[in-house]
Design a protein around this ligand. Structure first.
Ligand code: NAD
Length: 479
């Protein structure tokens, strides 16, 4: 099967006529091909988007909303097909694609399609003068997304961009391109006007760079690794493009002795291993108050042992395959590193899980629990982005905060305690864009989403996203 680019309302071949192999990580086999596009395809997409902008940006919010709601309905109607495509591309359990990834793509479109109808700007009156603010769409914007939550994060960017009246040139990850391709078919079916959304497939070093460098692209919304974010900022900042960068993380889970232990174990195991630990919000460093450290570790390992690593199509699978061979090798190299640094593997490790015959050559890793490391070693400082978690004890609240803040990252974290004052204190002190108290991954799409420090710049979600994708213009009138 050959994936195509979506440019100017049509599904087209890349100009190079070259294709990249697309691998199913659960089987290790090539199952489709995606365009190996380059700057020529990006130029065509930008031209189509520029031509469509005048008409799309002048449509009323209601008109744009109607079309985006239609896209949401079509995603919902095709949920099973899209979920299977996501799982085949990414390796995640099919039940997760059905329950989380695809429903969230529907929600993203519905949320911003309706949000734009309520979006308002300010006016400021003073005697004899009235100031009011217009929020104008930017023009053509670039959206670049990663492989871990493919359609979920792709639509999290394109939906607000389109709702606000922009035209989009988007690039999904070359590792998981399939659902963005299927979305293009649905955009055509929904009657999205030609050129309003364009999807160019290919490598980051060619297509991604061409989007970042293009002088007619006014803003870049990017989610991915911190190094890639730095490269994008280096190119785009001197061009004064608006930038929203959602980058890596090394999130801390802080467990205090007064937590509800059973619930905490249940939730922190999910926070460690959901989506094979490949969610930027996963808690990969767990710090536990000394007095309950031993019992926490014992119960945590017991529960982790119950997780089933299986064929992603198997209903019982808690963990499927990790996304690619190179990512699999990266995760295993960190397990080696942890041992070199003195870590003790209590469960999991490099042994290959036996799954089934279909998945003999797939990239599977057991959920892995490591103790005996300090907060400052490389294993605890660098992003692994796999099913690997470390557990360390702490003595005081102050020490827990120091450990949590000891990395270059600041995306998310969770705090487990029954002491309300402590929950507030610690949440204020931890340098992260998102903190959960006695819960994890509860998402309300109205909240600001993003990270501090090397985890990013700017926020997505709610009005933040619609503000990012619009330019405020102040108009002052003498009365
Ligand atoms: P990545 O940075 O390798 O790639 C992300 C996207 O950028 C891909 O589409 C890729 O092709 C493209 N790209 C690569 N080089 C580029 C360049 N020079 N110019 C422009 N585009 C380029 O990241 P990944 O491996 O796909 O995703 C994993 C990373 O994403 C992890 O670090 C994870 O923490 C992060 N992530 C962050 C969030 C968040 O919200 N903060 C969410 C999900 C994932």
């Amino acid at each position: 099967m050959q994936i195509k680019n979506y440019i100017n309302g049509e599904l087209v071949e890349p100009i190079s006529n070259k294709y990249i192999e697309n691998i199913n990580p659960a089987t290790g086999e090539v199952y489709s091909y995606l365009p190996d596009s380059d700057s020529r395809d990006v130029n065509k997409a930008v031209q189509a988007a520029s031509e469509a902008f005048n008409s799309w940006s002048r449509k009323s919010a209601q008109e744009r909303s109607q079309i985006l709601l239609k896209i949401a309905d079509l995603i919902e109607k095709n949920l099973d097909k899209l979920a299977l495509a996501e799982t085949t591309d990414n390796g995640k359990p099919l039940k997760l694609s059905k329950k989380v990834d695809i429903p969230r793509a529907v929600e993203n479109f519905r949320f911003f399609a309706t949000g734009i109808i309520h979006f308002a700007s300010e006016s400021h009156y003073q005697p004899h003068f009235l100031n009011y603010t217009l929020r104008m769409p930017l023009g053509v914007v670039g959206c670049i997304s990663p492989w871990n939550l493919p359609l979920y994060l792709f639509t999290w960017k394109v939906a607000p961009a389109l709702a606000a009246g922009n035209c989009v040139v988007a690039k999904p990850s070359e590792i998981t391109p399939m659902t963005a391709y299927l979305l293009a078919e649905l955009c055509i079916e929904a009657g999205l006007p030609r050129g309003v959304m364009n999807i160019v497939h290919g490598y980051g070093s060619t297509v991604g760079t061409a989007i970042t460098q293009h002088p007619s692209i006014r803003a870049i919304s990017f989610t991915g690794g911190t190094k890639t974010g730095q490269e994008i900022a280096r190119v785009a900042a001197p061009m004064f493009k608006k930038l929203s960068l959602e980058l890596g993380g090394k999130n801390a889970t802080l467990v205090f002795a007064d937590c509800d232990l059973e619930r905490t174990i249940h939730e922190t195991v999910s926070a460690s291993f959901s989506n094979q630990g490949q969610i930027c919000l996963c808690g990969s460093r767990i710090f536990v108050e000394q007095s309950i450290y031993e019992v926490f570790v014992q119960k945590f390992v017991e529960r982790t042992k119950k997780l089933i690593v299986a064929d992603p199509l198997d209903e019982r699978a808690n963990l499927g395959a990790v996304v690619s061979k190179s990512h699999y090798e990266k995760i295993l190299s960190y397990i080696d590193l942890a041992q070199e640094e003195g870590g003790k593997i209590l469960y999991g490790g490099k042994e290959k899980p036996v799954v089934n015959q279909r998945c003999e050559k797939g990239y599977f890793v057991y959920p892995t629990v490591i103790t005996g490391l300090d907060a400052y070693c490389r294993t605890n400082q660098e992003e692994i982005f796999g099913p690997v978690v470390t557990i360390q004890p702490f003595d005081t609240e102050e020490e827990a905060i120091i450990f949590a803040n000891s990395t270059q990252y600041g995306l998310a974290g969770s705090i487990w305690t029954q002491n309300l004052a402590r929950a507030h204190r610690v949440a204020q002190a931890v340098e992260s864009g998102i903190l959960w108290v006695n819960c994890w991954l509860i998402r309300d799409l109205r909240t600001p989403f993003g990270g501090m420090k090397q985890s990013g710049v700017g926020r997505e979600g709610g009005w933040e996203a619609l503000r990012f994708f619009t330019e405020p213009k102040n108009i002052c009138i003498q009365i």
